[in-house]
Write a protein that binds this ligand. Sequence first.
Ligand code: API
Length: 277
Amino acid sequence: MQFTKWHGLGNDFVIVNGMKEHIADYQKQALAICDRNFGIGADGLVVLLPSAIADFKMRIFNSDGSEADMCGNATRCVARYLYENGLINKTVITLDTLAGIITPELVFKDGVLQTVKVNMGEPRLRPVEIPVVGSYEEPIVNMPLTVEGETFTITCVSMGNPHCVIFVNDISKINIAHIGPKIETHSLFPKKTNVEFIQVLNRQTIRMRVWERGAGITKACGTGASAALVASVLNKHTDRQATVKLDGGDLLIEWADNNHIYKSGPAVEVFRGEYLL
Ligand SMILES: N[C@H](CCC[C@H](N)C(=O)O)C(=O)O
């Protein structure tokens, strides 16, 4: 199977042109392909397929084999991949995902790619859309959640995939590898959740670390950064545009007046290869 390896701020993906390569069992192969010792190694497998409602369909599988609704960092990589391989001849691309139509734009200046700006669509705040279990009527903003005797205040946002955002005073003191999986699999979240820890630096800058659903600690999470900005605005910590400082680098996130979230950042191709299925 021909593949190409990309990353968005260190959140890395194997991208496969599903119109040329046949994968029989996506979940099983994603688990094998993403394994960093026995496979290629990645946070996720991205398969591109034809779509009747967008330029292409994008399916995303986490490294544990689970299928995700959306992946912000992967959308930037896919946009560059499609354009640079002549699979599309425009700079605004529509991708059909389980979270809806996502629109990345390749931003050039003097013929040089500056950034990839993605319209991530609208954040979903209704509890049923996260989803969470329980008879919550109002959006979950700054709600206490006790996990193993420790109480966190959570804000839940969906970007098509679930996010549990937690503000902390000192992010270096959080043992994400220990508490992340316990929140990811908490009974409040019937589809599990991505978990973002945020330290607010100022009204235009937040520091974020993430435990991703189905992938664990990653260097960056595009949907997570988007959810973190929304949660920061809801909790009156930041303005509606801010830089999200992740382990792998910075993303610029804006919650625009049209209620859409725009996320801008890099996408890098590292290598191409042939994987033996
Ligand atoms: N683990 C996520 C999917 C990948 C999201 C992340 N890599 C991003 O850039 O948005 C989930 O299961 O919802």
